[in-house]
Ligand binder design. Structure first.
Ligand SMILES: Cc1cc2nc3c(=O)[nH]c(=O)nc-3n(C[C@H](O)[C@H](O)[C@H](O)COP(=O)(O)OP(=O)(O)OC[C@H]3O[C@@H](n4cnc5c(N)ncnc54)[C@H](O)[C@@H]3O)c2cc1C
Length: 426
């Protein structure tokens, strides 16, 4: 049953809202109510990480950790030094869920099922005395004459449809990337940075690589040049290195998602157009590649160029494609490679250029860049500087991380800080 009065109201039953509510209630705050607009809480946790939930990342040093947040960066050093990935691992373990690191540092539940994470959060909330109300959306907030928040609620299934009012002393906004939270925060006087998508793949104009779909190369150096930005800056460049997956529409993989995150605002401003320079040569500079191809001419002189690749990790399909782009017969012998052809191959291997023609489908993870400006928030308690008594946590803030568990980590950290602060003041 929805009460008329709550001590703490948390709006948004996602990772950040659950964390804030559980931490507050476990620390002794009574009468904590958690509202979820949809019939099921924790939907994103359930679909996250391809159904496995990448809970956090084995990056233990807050100074290094902040480098994974295109929006947030240094401002997050304080929050992460109070509750870092190591604290999240310990917190989940203390609540009965062991996390296991993969070779690339991503941490997943040992069960490999996101349902385990969602179940843990639901059970911990219940055990701590948090009351969860599904089908209840926070629609409006104002401040009563007694300083309390007056919350206008819209009820839908599984609740009987209707509208209600609820008063509370403390309010936590944890509505994620949903527009309603940004509208509520703006209505209370906060600066809201306009949202743009982050963590997407890149579609190449007239995709020149369709026959290579499925090829994975690692590491690949990417440099994205974006021109004609309305900001007056002529041209900006974003660089990333790492694994790239060639798809039916263009490029994907961790390095591309990371690139999209750091370039999210510039790409949006430029209509998702840019020039992408790709070094397929695993970090080798042009002079090194030239030497390598030169020694192939001498040492593999009688071998066929298409069969004998300059280095074994270079995908055979990609190599044949680069030979074709340069008009070089793969069946010819290495000895017959002309100087001009050699230079063309060096260029293709170390500096292939592609036009980005748009945004491709999202990767496994997708977040919104933008949200409540961090300048409006005290990052020690997540309390608003504009509206005392209100806390803002999770994706609703203008913070987003790259793929790899960093987005949930920010939810755990901001939720934990909000819950702790509630316990100190309530
Ligand atoms: C497909 C996918 C996979 C992902 N995988 C990962 C991953 O493996 N690791 C990782 O770190 N990140 C991942 N992310 C990102 C991660 O899911 C988000 O960063 C995270 O869920 C944000 O949590 P949150 O609690 O701030 O918001 P949300 O999870 O969006 O939760 C907000 C909740 O509030 C509710 N709500 C909205 N408005 C109202 C309102 N007015 N009143 C009441 N309730 C409201 C919503 O229904 C929602 O349940 C993934 C994202 C996607 C889309």
């Amino acid at each position: 049953m929805l009460p008329n009065q709550a001590s703490v109201l948390v709006a948004g039953g996602g990772a950040a809202g659950f964390m804030a509510a559980i931490v507050a209630a476990e620390a002794g705050v009574a009468n904590v109510h958690l509202l979820e607009a949809t019939p099921e809480p924790l939907n994103k946790v359930l679909i996250s990480g391809g159904g496995r939930c990448n809970v956090t990342h084995a990056c233990w040093d807050p100074r290094e950790l902040v480098g994974h947040y295109p929006r947030g960066l240094k401002a997050l050093r304080g929050p992460f030094s109070r509750f870092a990935p190591g604290d999240a691992v310990a917190w989940f373990e203390a609540h009965g869920l062991e996390l296991v690191a993969e070779a690339d540092g991503r941490l997943f539940p040992r069960t490999n099922r996101s349902e385990s994470v969602a179940a843990l959060l639901r059970n911990a909330a219940q055990a701590a005395g948090v009351t969860l109300h599904t089908g209840v959306a926070l629609q409006q907030v104002s401040r009563g004459s007694d300083g309390q928040f007056v919350c206008g609620l819209r009820l839908s299934a599984p609740q009987p449809p209707g509208r209600r009012q609820l008063r509370c002393r403390r309010l936590v906004l944890a509505t994620g990337g949903h527009p309603s939270g940004r509208q509520l925060a703006a209505s209370l006087g906060h600066v809201v940075v306009p949202p743009v998508p982050s963590l997407f793949t890149l579609a190449l104009a007239a995709n020149p690589l369709p026959e290579l779909a499925g090829v994975v190369m690692d590491p690949v150096d990417l440099e994205l040049q974006i021109d004609g930005l309305p900001t007056g800056v002529d041209s900006v460049r974003h660089r990333q290195s790492g694994t790239v997956l060639i798809t039916h529409w263009g490029l994907s993989g961790p390095a591309v998602l990371r690139l999209s995150a750091f370039a999210a605002r510039d790409l949006k401003a430029a209509g998702y157009r840019g020039l992408l320079r790709v070094n397929w040569a695993a970090g080798r500079r042009p002079a090194e590649v030239e030497d390598l191809l030169g020694s192939m001419r001498l040492e593999q002189a009688r071998r066929q160029r298409g069969t004998w690749r300059p280095w074994p990790e270079l995908s055979r399909r990609l190599w044949l494609h680069l030979l074709a782009v340069q008009g070089i017969d793969p069946q010819g012998r290495w000895a017959d490679l002309s100087r001009t052809q050699l230079r063309g191959l060096v260029q293709a291997l170390t500096n292939s250029t592609y036009s980005v023609g748009g945004r491709g489908p999202f990767g496994e993870e997708f977040v919104t860049a933008g949200g409540v400006d961090l300048g409006d928030i005290n990052l020690a308690s997540m309390e608003s500087r504009i509206c005392p008594g209100l806390q803002v946590v999770g994706e609703l803030l203008d913070v987003d991380g790259v793929t790899g568990g960093f987005n949930f980590q920010h939810c755990w950290t901001s939720g934990w800080l909000a819950g702790q602060a509630l316990a100190r003041i309530t």
